[in-house]
Design a protein around this ligand. Structure first.
Ligand SMILES: NC(=O)c1ccc[n+]([C@@H]2O[C@H](COP(=O)([O-])OP(=O)(O)OC[C@H]3O[C@@H](n4cnc5c(N)ncnc54)[C@H](O)[C@@H]3O)[C@@H](O)[C@H]2O)c1
Ligand SMILES: N[C@H](CO)Cc1c[nH]c[nH+]1
Ligand SMILES: [Zn+2]
Length: 435
């Protein structure tokens, strides 16, 4: 089902090389089409959004923007077990993100007040996929951090929201819903239309059209990143439970034919036992053809000779989820670089992180965990630097600033400083401004 490669072999080097080079999805195949959609929505607004929703989703939303929705009623209509799961998840996600609050700061240094002000973004767009499957979990995982940050308007963009989505939107504090999916929804959020004011930032996962549209509008609006197919890197030693490791690998493989599922282990016997588990477990899944395709094309087991090498390989691969099936997960985690989500110990399924542990499941993929972080409250704030000079401080720094400016050939910069200094001197120290 998946090949096993031992460190030192050519096959191991090739497999690791392919993983390290995997990068973000190649969006080139759809870029031209998406560019047309984005430009049309930018130029024509609602009319173009309706046109593309009719073309790709075969329906006409009415209304396109839902300003008030009865999320509480939708929640009440859900089957009680699902309702309880959503409420538990929302509560846990909120409490986790409350730890991420970032305070600004101010201090004074020799007559110069410096600081940083942190304010929430005013208006954000949260995309929740709605093509092949529905993800109320993604609504919670994207919108709750925004709500905790204090964002005033949270627009959920999703095609034809059902009760599960409306209930999640209600629990997450979504303020309005754009009933559209795909590139047209992203363009409407980025540029605004008659019925929808533009947003400051767009977050959340989606398919290749959504990802490409986010990339194209970036700069006119902020984005969280480009989410590619799901990934899991399971790290295991010889004490790991092969059936549990196999179950974790399959739990991400079932997302997408292109998901990356990788086992890195210090034990050849464990690798063989995991591979033996995969077939029967896969056969029992409803999405067996998706998970099977992912395993066949992008799955592999890499066998290394030490925990140090395990950490090195995990750092190189930089997976979205890294699950630690080893005797001392904390010690190994300490040696692995990068962001993403770490699931520590055999009793921590990746699925717990996907649904309700607390941290957002919107994570860097395609190796972006080398530098990227989970979606968080910090994604929904804007920072302003604060600088305030007193007169003595400017008299002290002024000559240095002017010298620096002239060295860059920027006279006007120098004069803006010198004017203040000379005016102050002319007025005998009684100049305007701060003493
Ligand atoms: N990383 C995460 O946290 C996470 C979470 C949930 C889902 N996902 C991923 O998000 C993706 C969701 O994809 P999806 O397709 O189910 O839903 P989606 O909502 O992202 O895309 C559906 C939209 O695609 C557009 N579309 C479809 N065919 C098109 C075409 N030919 N031309 C232009 N636009 C077209 C339509 O407008 C449609 O509304 C999956 O890959 C899934 O694995 C990721
Ligand atoms: N594992 C996905 C992120 O890679 C998130 C998700 C949503 N639902 C279940 N899982
Ligand atoms: Zn998942």
């Amino acid at each position: 089902m998946i090949p096993i490669h031992v460190d030192g072999s050519e096959a191991f080097a090739a497999s690791l090389g392919r993983l390290v080079a995997r990068g973000a999805d190649d969006l080139g195949a759809v870029e031209q089409d998406v560019r047309v959609i984005v430009s049309a929505v930018r130029a024509e607004g609602d009319d173009a959004v309706f046109r593309y929703v009719e073309r790709f989703e075969r329906r006409r939303p009415d209304p396109l923007v839902i300003r008030s929705f009865d999320g509480a009623a939708a929640l009440a209509r859900l089957e009680p077990d699902l309702r309880a799961a959503l409420e538990l998840a929302a509560d846990r996600i909120r409490r986790y993100h409350e730890h991420q609050h970032e305070a600004g700061f101010r201090y004074e240094e020799d007559g110069v007040v410096l600081g940083m002000r942190v304010r929430p973004l005013a208006r954000v767009g949260v995309y929740a996929p709605g093509g092949k499957a529905r993800y109320p979990s993604s609504v919670l995982m994207s919108a709750i951090p925004a709500r905790v940050a204090g964002v005033r308007d949270i627009v959920l963009a999703t095609p034809a929201p059902d009760d599960r989505l409306l209930a999640a939107a209600h629990l997450a504090g979504v303020t309005s819903i754009l009933d559209a999916g795909g590139a047209q929804a992203i363009a409407a959020l980025a540029y605004g239309t008659t019925s929808l004011p533009r947003v400051d930032k767009i977050v959340g996962p989606g398919n290749i059209y959504v990802a490409c549209a986010k990339k194209l509008v970036y700069g006119d609006v902020d984005i969280d990143g480009i989410a590619g197919p799901s990934e899991i890197v399971a790290l295991a030693d010889d004490a790991a439970d092969p059936s549990v490791v196999a179950a974790d690998l399959l739990s991400q493989a079932e997302h997408d034919e292109d998901a990356w599922c990788v086992l890195v282990t210090t034990s050849r016997a464990l690798a063989e036992a995991v591979v033996a588990e995969l077939g029967p477990q896969l056969a029992a899944l409803s999405r067996d053809s998706i998970a099977g395709a992912s395993m066949r094309t992008r799955g592999c087991a890499l066998v290394v000779s030490s925990l140090a090498r395990l950490a090195e390989v995990a750092s190189l691969v930089a997976g979205e989820h890294v699950s630690y099936h080893v005797a001392d997960p904390e010690a190994l985690f300490d040696r692995v670089e990068g962001g993403g989500a770490a699931l520590l110990g055999g009793m921590t399924p990746v699925a717990a992180g996907d649904y309700l542990a607390g941290p957002s499941h919107v994570l860097p993929t395609g190796g972006a965990a080398r530098f990227g972080s989970p979606l968080g409250v910090y994604d929904f704030v804007v920072r302003a630097s604060i600088i305030r000079y007193s007169t003595p401080a400017l008299l002290r720094h002024g000559p240095h600033i002017a010298n620096f400016a002239r060295a860059e050939g920027l006279d006007a910069h120098a004069r803006a400083v010198e004017l203040r200094m000379s005016r102050h001197t002319r007025l005998g120290g009684r100049g305007e401004g701060e003493s």
